[in-house]
Write a protein of this length. Structure first.
Length: 227
């Protein structure tokens, strides 16, 4: 199926490995030129080379920490300097979750909480702030914010907060960018991580997480306006 993406330009944060790299690869297969933004220069160069060789598209890595305002400004500016525009933004950069037992209420401290929010929620916002004006100048764009299943279930307090925060950010973004003269789409995508035991932060084996959201309330619909 032709998704009509040929010759578009995308920025993918966290695009040097994992879900971000997989998304970048699929975009390039659809004919998209891709700017990868991440912190690890070696992994960026490896990913960009692999994808470019396999797809014959322009793919280049730009080193930037999405937890830092200045770094995001520089990374996006470099990507725009290389490709000239951006049509698609995929926010995927985040600390990997679910690798150990989540902390209990008594174990949660400010530092890991704010570190998670700074990269996955505020980091997404930083990139959007830099990219949206350039998209608007070309009539709109597509913004995809990758969330996680912790947005839908309890079991990880920090994980749930950061992923629900991504959904709230996207819905507010959709309302903020809505213009009758332009075409925008803003999505939150919940990505399923590899299956792991269902124990929660209280450590009780086999305890299943409770639903956090029982409906699609808060999950934004795509914006679509005049062509």
């Amino acid at each position: 199926m032709d998704l009509e993406l040929r010759d578009k330009v995308a920025i993918v944060t966290g695009g040097n490995r994992g879900i971000g790299k997989a998304i970048a690869w699929q975009l390039a297969k659809e004919g998209v030129d891709v700017a990868l933004i991440a912190r690890d220069r070696a992994a960026l160069e490896t990913a960009a080379t692999e994808i470019a060789r396999a797809t014959n598209r322009g793919v280049k890595g730009f080193v930037a920490d999405t937890g830092d305002d200045a770094a995001v400004k520089t990374g996006v500016a470099q990507a725009l300097g290389e490709f000239g525009r951006v049509d698609i933004l995929v926010n995927c950069a985040a600390a990997v979750g679910g690798q150990g037992k989540p902390p209990t209420l008594a174990e949660i401290t400010n530092e890991p909480f704010f570190a998670d929010m700074n990269v996955k929620v505020l980091g997404y916002l930083r990139t959007i702030r830099e990219v949206a004006p350039h998209m608007a100048a070309h009539g709109g764009g597509r913004i995809i914010n990758i969330s996680g299943l912790a947005a839908l279930h309890t079991g990880s307090t920090i994980g749930s907060i950061r992923n629900v925060g991504v959904a709230a950010l996207t819905k507010n973004l959709a309302d903020d960018l809505r213009r009758p003269e332009s075409r925008w789409s803003a999505y939150t995508r919940v990505v399923r991580a590899p299956k792991r035991p269902t124990s929660s932060s209280n450590g009780k084996p086999g305890r299943r997480a409770s639903p956090l959201m029982r409906s699609n309330v808060g999950w934004p619909e795509p914006i679509s306006h005049s062509e």
